[in-house]
Design a protein around this ligand. Structure first.
Ligand SMILES: [Zn+2]
Ligand SMILES: [Zn+2]
Length: 270
């Protein structure tokens, strides 16, 4: 039977333990043992300066094993964030948190994603810069740091106050510093991913007691609901069911969603 150990190792050099540890402590009554004895940037950086060779989930799992190795603990956590631009408009942050248990040979991958209202700012003068640095609460937060292009290189971790105080030669170009410790919008997504991990670590299969009994899409197999009127398959996908990784037991927890809407039926609503 799975139990959470008193101590769980966590490898990060970007201070993500400040978001993860309080939640793990409150929800699981476990202590996060933080380590930064391995430079996680060696596995690639999210700005692609160091190319990532592993997929995000693989990298998070790798960091979780490294965390165990560096601390001599049996349970470990690793995390990996990545940004994608959605139609060139908004930036979507995906945060993955992986949990491993060496003794029980378990790998659990939790995830959250959310758009972050941050992006490149260009300003021709100080008034424009001031106005653009007040667009929303994430941009105007003093905790959000910035990168400024000066003398042919990015100066990182620049505070908002110094951007507004310094006499820069305009026009200037600044970008948000998206490293976790400098980005409150990203910290929110890391907390959401931690909540997803808590859910996975505390949801047990009714048949074999394995954890991670949560809603999942069956790989390579999307099923469609039958039409409420004619019973032919509609174009409406079945809601995800809880599936056990260990014994395969499946439970649909949406009894009211066994029939598809005739609106999605090619026969009733061609
Ligand atoms: Zn099971
Ligand atoms: Zn129909």
């Amino acid at each position: 039977m799975f139990t959470v150990n008193k101590q769980i190792a966590f490898l990060t050099k970007h201070d993500k333990q400040h978001q993860i540890a309080p939640i793990i402590n409150t929800e699981l009554n476990a202590e996060i043992i933080h380590t930064d004895k391995f430079d996680t940037d060696k596995l690639g950086t999210f700005d692609h300066k160091i190319q990532r060779k592993l997929r995000a989930d693989e990298a998070a799992i790798k960091k979780a094993y490294l965390a165990c190795e560096l601390t001599n603990l049996n349970q470990g956590i690793g995390s990996e964030g990545s940004f994608n631009s959605f139609m060139g408009l908004s930036l979507v942050d995906q945060e993955i948190i992986a949990f491993v248990d060496i003794e029980r040979k378990l790998e659990i991958v939790a995830m959250a994603q959310q758009s972050v209202p941050l992006g490149l700012i260009e300003a021709k003068n100080s008034e424009e810069l001031k106005r653009k640095l007040n667009t929303n609460s994430y941009i105007s937060s003093n905790s959000q740091r910035w990168m400024i292009w000066l003398n042919n290189q990015w100066n990182k971790g620049v505070k908002r106050n110094s951007l507004l105080a310094e006499e820069y030669a305009f026009p200037i170009k600044i970008e948000p510093d998206l490293r976790a410790m400098h980005c409150p919008a990203r910290q929110e997504v890391i907390k959401l991913a931690t909540q997803d991990l808590i859910k996975r670590l505390t949801s047990f299969c009714p048949q074999c007691n394995q954890i991670n009994f949560v809603e999942k899409i069956k790989p390579n197999q999307i099923e469609y609901l039958a039409c409420e009127i004619c019973s032919l398959p509609t174009n409406q996908p079945k809601p995800p069911s809880c599936i056990c990784d260990e014994c395969g037991y499946t439970e649909s927890n949406s009894d009211n969603q066994n029939k598809g809407s005739a609106f999605y039926c090619n026969y009733c609503n061609p």
